[in-house]
Design a protein around this ligand. Structure first.
Ligand SMILES: Nc1ncnc2c1ncn2[C@@H]1O[C@H](COP(=O)(O)OP(=O)(O)OP(=O)(O)O)[C@@H](O)[C@H]1O
Ligand SMILES: [Mg+2]
Length: 314
């Protein structure tokens, strides 16, 4: 039986609070630092599913760390150290309550919107004549609100500025960073024979400086396709092989679950859990280009590593 990580409950030196996100446990240390522990929880349509996915926390944390390091020349980011496979420590930011979604291809929510006949998303026009997964002429930004409760909602840049979620000056910086990060993400993916189809970034501030925070370019925050047979599959109207959480969403939709009220999560078999875990590991190996080494640290070992890492900061 593989050990999975459900939820953590540490008490680190200087700890002020614990926030349990859908996937990560976020510990605030003093006023300036965060310890983020990635669990093996999986969420879809903003709901935490009832099964844990072995090694998912490690996969997410290590891909995010790799990508944050590979983009650090574009904009400042929150990450300071990775003391354990599923733990990151970094700077606590004051978050913008928006998600900067960048889309290179017409997929997921954008495709569902397009299919319904709409040609506009978040105030951005989508050109006529596209098929599912086709490339947009250039990547588009389709932000959403980061709701404290309930589902995130589409929002336009005008509404963001009007409602004060970001000033117009900040919006310019956020969108510039988001597009540059996406470009870099696509380059990294291309080297590995992948297409980064879409992703989302979160930003926050420390003083007046805007930081990139959270995870980036992970299977939870992004969609990837295989590049080699992409064109052929598009021409033939075949499905693209998804390297992301999208296949879980598709399976849920097929089983009548989209996170809406009154719907229940379908039974998730052991076999399906292992399939999902395998896909996460596959994505790690494809994206990073290295073999995934599963690691299990005991709770007290994690505690010691985190404490040692924090001691250098505070
Ligand atoms: N450097 C940072 N400073 C402040 N908050 C951060 C930072 N990095 C990430 N976060 C926040 O930490 C949380 C990470 O938890 P997780 O990803 O599990 O939550 P989520 O599923 O995205 O959403 P929710 O928080 O709504 O449950 C997110 O709310 C994210 O915005
Ligand atoms: Mg998140």
């Amino acid at each position: 039986m593989v050990k999975t990580i459900l939820s953590s409950n540490y008490s680190f030196p200087g700890q002020k609070s614990i926030y349990k996100g859908k996937v990560r446990d976020v510990y605030t240390i003093g006023n300036s630092w965060l310890v983020m522990i990635s669990s093996d929880r999986i969420s879809a349509f903003d709901v935490i599913l009832p099964r844990l996915i072995p090694f998912k926390g490690q996969v997410l944390n290590q891909i995010a760390a790799f990508m944050l390091k590979a983009t650090a020349d574009i904009c400042p980011n929150w990450l300071v150290s990775v003391p354990a496979p599923n733990v990151s420590i970094g700077k606590k930011c004051d978050p913008f309550k928006i998600e900067m979604v960048v889309r290179g291809n017409l997929t997921g929510h954008a495709w569902r919107t397009y299919q319904s006949g709409k040609r506009e998303l978040c105030g951005v026009e989508m050109q006529e004549g596209l098929k599912e997964n086709d490339f947009f002429k250039t990547p588009i930004i389709t932000p959403s609100t980061k709701a404290s409760e309930g589902h995130d909602e589409d929002i336009s840049s005008d509404e963001i500025v009007r409602s004060g979620l970001a000033s117009s000056y900040e919006w310019e910086i956020l969108s510039d960073y988001a597009l540059k990060l996406f470009e870099r993400g696509k380059e990294i993916a291309a080297k590995q024979g992948l297409i980064l189809a879409d992703t989302k970034y979160e930003f926050g501030k420390i003083g007046e400086t805007i930081y990139l925070m959270d995870e980036i370019h992970t299977p939870d925050s992004s969609r990837y396709f295989y590049a080699d047979d992409f064109e052929q599959r598009q021409l033939k109207g075949e499905r693209q092989k998804q390297l992301s959480k999208e296949f879980v969403r598709e399976w849920l939709i097929k089983n009548n679950f989209m996170g809406k009220e009154g719907q229940t999560v379908p039974e998730i078999s052991e076999e399906w859990v292992n399939t999902i875990s395998g896909r996460y590991i596959e994505l790690y190996e494809k994206v990073i280009g290295e073999k995934f080494i599963p690691q299990h640290l005991a709770d007290d070992e994690i505690y010691e590593k985190v404490t040692a890492s924090l001691a250098k900061l505070i």
